[in-house]
Write a protein that binds this ligand. Sequence first.
Ligand SMILES: C[S@@+](CC[C@H](N)C(=O)[O-])C[C@H]1O[C@@H](n2cnc3c(N)ncnc32)[C@H](O)[C@@H]1O
Length: 193
Amino acid sequence: MREKPDHYTDQAKQQGYLARSVFKLEELDRRFGLLKHAGAVLDLGAAPGSWTQYVLRTRPEARVVAVDLAPIRLPEETANLTVINDDIFRPELIEDLRRLGPFELVLSDAAPATTGNRGLDAARSASLAEMVVEIARHTLAEHGTLVAKIFQGGDERELLKQLRSEFRSARACKPRACRKDSVETYLLASRRH
Ligand SMILES: C[S@@+](CC[C@H](N)C(=O)[O-])C[C@H]1O[C@@H](n2cnc3c(N)ncnc32)[C@H](O)[C@@H]1O
């Protein structure tokens, strides 16, 4: 079902962003200074591309690698962007990404196509998030930060616990730009001091 346009949809259009999701990343960046130390950024589940646009506009000198099953076509010039049209579950992808890293920031807004069955959707979202964490283990820079979307109602607490045991700090955060009825939240984990 197509989601209803709202204030964030209008704002995104006015500012030339490809999706309203950009305001979720903007808020996370404002609160946690995600892009402050980010010379290289990996954006997983990046299509249509508003997060990648935000990174390139905020840090024009940053190198960005954007991955999605769907096409990513930005309206602006993008000399320092590498687009990979791929499935994050493809085992060889990690090696390809490792060659392009390390990344100070690994982002994932990847989400499954929803079925309406909350349990199934949450399980699929958790599998994506677990894969994202596995990719981050191999590609994140020494002092890097990971941001991964996950649906609530599945294994999000378990995954947060796991991140707390592996990273210097980890927390969950739900930006205001998430739709009121949305089950999505974001896990942030950092190796930064
Ligand atoms: C909510 S959209 C991302 C929006 C994006 N952050 C933006 O701002 O434009 C979720 C994306 O996850 C992608 N996705 C889902 N499963 C994937 C997979 N296995 N591999 C790669 N991308 C995947 C979908 O194709 C979709 O484009």
